[in-house]
Design a protein around this ligand. Structure first.
Ligand code: ATP
Length: 459
C-alpha cells in the first residue's frame, strides 16, 4: 500500500510546509540558492545537534572547532586548492550550455580518472541537451574569490573557504597545545563552505553555498587501517540513525586512479536518491599530506611528539566529510511516504492519498501538536495551558484551524510524532487523546501525566 514518491512532490512539500524555500524568490530567485524555513531550520538543527553529540561530546577522543570562513589565502595555496581545485568545463558549440565533463562521462558509465593533466577518452561525447559538438575541456577553479578592504587588486584577494577542513588543519597546533591531547584524536567542525559549481542540480543536492560536517582524525601512520575501518562503521551507524534504509546505501570504494594522489584509500558513501545513486558523504585516508603541506608553506612545526616513546612525527589523517544539506535531502527522501487511499476510516479525508513524513523522532521539527477539537473558549484556554507546559520541554505546534482530520494530515505531512487532542470531555475528566503518527493508535492520557508519557516516548 505504501510507496515512495517522486522527487518533485518532496520538493513541493518542502516549500508548502515551510521546510525549504527557493532563495530570493520575490526577486525572481537565484539559481541553486535555498533558504531553510521554520520547519527546515528545526530539522537541520536537530541533525546538526545529533551529529555533534554522536561525534564530539559523547566521545573522549574528539573536540570541536568553529574557524573563520575567510582565512589567509596562503592556506588554499598550501592545500592545493588554488592550483587544483577545479572541474573540467565543456561548452556545447550549438546551444552554448555548460557541463562538467566528468559528469557527462559518468552518465555514460565511464568513470573519469582523477589525473586532470591526462587527455580523456571522450568516446564520442555530445551535448546531452541538443546533441551538439562539445569544446575540449578546460579546468575551471571552483573557489569563490573576494577582495578584502577597499582595493580590488591581487594583494587583497581572499577566498570563501571551499571546505571546512582547512580551518582544522591550520589550528592543529593550537588545539594540541591548548587541550593537551594524545593521538589518536579528532577535531570536528560544522560550517558553511562555498564552491562556484559549474552546474548545480537536484534542489539542495549541489549548491554553491552549503554546509559541511567535517572531522580530521589524527593517527599514528601505522594505525591508519584500523581507524579507517572504525570510521567506516561509525558512518554507517550515522546513516542508520538518520533513518536511511541499508538497501539504499552503497559504499563505493574509489580506485587508485580516481583517488586524490595523496589518498591511500577513499570510500564514497552513496545514497539512492529518487534522481539517482549519488555521493552523500566521503571517507578518506589523506596520509600526512595536509599537515606536511601547511608545515612547508607556513614554516611552522606541526609535528607531534609521543609522550612515552618521545618519537616525533607528522600525524596521519582519516577524514570523514559529510554535507549537511545532502543529509537533510536524504532524510526527507527516506522519510517521505505516500499512502494510496489513506489510512484512516474515521475522517472525511479517508479517501484521499495521504502523505506521512516518517522522520526519526529525534529529527522531527515538531515533536507534538496540540489540537483543540473546537475553538470554543473553554477548550482554547485548557489547550493553551497544555501547550505552554509541553513547550517547556519540546518543540510544540498549536493548530485550531480546519477539521481534526485535516489537522492530523497536516501534522503527518511534517512528520510530527504525536498529536494531543483536547475535547469537551477533557474539561470533565482532565484527560486528552494522544495520537501516534505511525500506528495511528490513540491513547487517553491524564493531562497531569503528559510529561512523563512523552518522556517515555521520546527517550
Ligand atoms: P561531488 O563529487 O558531488 O562534487 P565532492 O567529492 O567534491 O562532491 P567533497 O569535496 O568530498 O565532495 O565534499 C564533502 C561533502 O560535502 C560531499 O560528500 C557532499 O556531501 C558535500 N558537498 C560537496 N559539494 C557540495 C555542493 N556543491 N553542494 C552541497 N553539498 C556538497
Amino acid at each position: 500500500m505504501e510507496q515512495s514518491n517522486s522527487f518533485d512532490k518532496i520538493v513541493n512539500l518542502a516549500k508548502q510546509r515551510g521546510f525549504i524555500y527557493p532563495s530570493s524568490e520575490i526577486y525572481g530567485g537565484l539559481s541553486a540558492a535555498y533558504d531553510y524555513g521554520p520547519l527546515g531550520v528545526e530539522l537541520k538543527n536537530n541533525i546538526k545537534q545529533a551529529w555533534w553529540k554522536m561525534f564530539v561530546t559523547s566521545r573522549a577522543d574528539m573536540v570541536g572547532l568553529d574557524s573563520a570562513i575567510i582565512m589567509n589565502p596562503k592556506i588554499w595555496e598550501a592545500s592545493g586548492h588554488v592550483e587544483n581545485f577545479s572541474d573540467p568545463l565543456v561548452d556545447c558549440k550549438s546551444c552554448h550550455k555548460r557541463f562538467r565533463e566528468d559528469h557527462l562521462l559518468e552518465n555514460k558509465g565511464i568513470q573519469p580518472e582523477y589525473d586532470k593533466t591526462k587527455p580523456r577518452d571522450r568516446k564520442g561525447l555530445k551535448c546531452p541537451d541538443c546533441g551538439g559538438e562539445l569544446t575540449p575541456a578546460r579546468q575551471f577553479n571552483l573557489m569563490l574569490k573576494t577582495f578584502l578592504g577597499p582595493l580590488e587588486d591581487s594583494a587583497s584577494v581572499a577566498y570563501l573557504r571551499p571546505e571546512t577542513a582547512g580551518g582544522i588543519f591550520v589550528n592543529f597546533k593550537n588545539v594540541l597545545d591548548s587541550m593537551r591531547l594524545r593521538l589518536p584524536f579528532g577535531i570536528a567542525q560544522i560550517g558553511k563552505a562555498f564552491r562556484n559549481e559549474i552546474t548545480t542540480e537536484n534542489f539542495i543536492f549541489r549548491t554553491r553555498e552549503f554546509e559541511q560536517f567535517e572531522i580530521e582524525y589524527f593517527v599514528k601512520p601505522e594505525d591508519w587501517e584500523q581507524h579507517f575501518s572504525e570510521w567506516q562503521k561509525v558512518m554507517k551507524q550515522w546513516c542508520l540513525f538518520l533513518g536511511l534504509a541499508q538497501d539504499d546505501l552503497v559504499e563505493h570504494e574509489i580506485g587508485p586512479k580516481d583517488r586524490a594522489f595523496y589518498s591511500k584509500r577513499t570510500i564514497d558513501f552513496e545514497y539512492k536518491f529518487p534522481f539517482g545513486q549519488k555521493e552523500l558523504f566521503g571517507l578518506a585516508y589523506r596520509t600526512d599530506y595536509d599537515l606536511t603541506q601547511h608545515q612547508k608553506f607556513s614554516g611552522q612545526d606541526l609535528s607531534y611528539t609521543d609522550p612515552i616513546t618521545k618519537e616525533k612525527f607528522t600525524p596521519h589523517v582519516i577524514e570523514p566529510s559529510l554535507g549537511v544539506d545532502r543529509t537533510v535531502l536524504a532524510v526527507l527522501c527516506a522519510a517521505y511516504t505516500e499512502i494510496e487511499g489513506g489510512r484512516s476510516t474515521t475522517t472525511e479525508s479517508n479517501k484521499e492519498k495521504e502523505v506521512v513524513l516518517r522522520l526519526p523522532y529525534a529529527l522531527a521539527p515538531i515533536k507534538i501538536a496540540v489540537l483543540p477539537l473546537s475553538k470554543k473558549e473553554h477548550l482554547s484556554e485548557l489547550s493553551r495551558s497544555i501547550l505552554m507546559e509541553l513547550k517547556k520541554k519540546w518543540v510544540v505546534m498549536y493548530d485550531e484551524t480546519a477539521s481534526i482530520g485535516k489537522r492530523y494530515r497536516r501534522q503527518d505531512e511534517i512528520g510530527t510524532p504525536y498529536c494531543v487532542t483536547i475535547d469537551f470531555e477533557s474539561l470533565e475528566d482532565h484527560k486528552v487523546t494522544v495520537r501516534d503518527r505511525d500506528t495511528m493508535q490513540q491513547d487517553r492520557v491524564a493531562i497531569d501525566d503528559l510529561e512523563s508519557y512523552f518522556n517515555t516516548k521520546f527517550n
